[in-house]
Design a protein around this ligand. Sequence first.
Ligand SMILES: *Cc1c(COP(=O)(O)O)cnc(C)c1O
Length: 352
Amino acid sequence: MKKWEENIRRVVPYTPGEQPDIPGMIKLNTNENPYPPAPGVRRALREMKEESFRLYPDPACSVLTEALARRYNRPKEQFFAGVGSDDVLAMAFLTFFNSKRPILFPDITYSFYPVWAELFGIPYERPALDEEFRIVKEDYERENGGIIFPNPNAPTGLYMELAEVEDIIRKNPDVIVIVDEAYVDFAGPSAIELVDRYDNLLVVQTFSKSRSMAGMRIGFAVGNPCLIRYLNDVKYSFNSYTMSRAALELGAEAVKDEAYFQKNIKKLTATRERTKKELKALGFRFPDSGANFIFASHESCPAKEIFEALRRRQIYVRYFDAPRLHNYLRITVGTDDEMDALLKALKEITAR
Ligand SMILES: *Cc1c(COP(=O)(O)O)cnc(C)c1O
């Protein structure tokens, strides 16, 4: 080992989902939306002015936070925007999780949380999900330095009723509770409606899934203005121009088209429900997903074998080689045609 290596910050990084680019492949491995973003997004891109490239962006991200404020009918001071929710979440970890007490998040959850905790030197504990993969809310009543969980949870897809989420927030008034709602648009009511009542709540959402804009990298947080100011202080101490002008303009455009958004969600959830029925008929079991993916396990065929057999047919799903997860596949809900191809392949693979 070189002497200088002693001074290097060494981390075990998050492993992002594979991004293969093979003609004709069916990509169901990173929970992208199979449909295009709102038509106004493409129009705005076509009409984008030279200034959008030449000039620095607005560090306050105002066009986007104002569009979001109108959409959610609340003050723009409650909004913070970032380069995907990963950026927003990383800033939130750095800003709000600064206690010597451990933060809490589930043992099975978004695998970026432990990576940020390690990177920022935040102590953490991971209460186990129950046998049915549910978050046990009583586990979040112990002393802690902050709480974060996704709702719906990933990779299980399970949505926790808002009353239970509220319980966790109410019982932890002295720490910040972050609810990561990457998939909430496919599930049920958002905790955003609790923001006025709980000053310790930060809700984080993304444009990557329900708004079909993973490639643009847009995420946002909603919380009381005091939390948002603290978040901005950290952001301005790190990188004040996080979001590109293009992302801000196109993101704002996407938020304006509510009808398209609703139609997109409806189409996707209909496909999800149909896929659940057909998977069940093929011998798969899964938690009842409220997200745009299904976390499924087959009664006799090992998940790893199915994963590899699908891959040979250029159908990509996600497999986690981890305790309690190794017999499950996380399958993103695609178009109806993609699901038909998947189901046909699964039928052949599991019949053997
Ligand atoms: C996809 C996802 C994110 C990150 O999404 P971005 O693309 O960075 O906006 C955050 N949390 C969970 C639980 C996710 O599944």
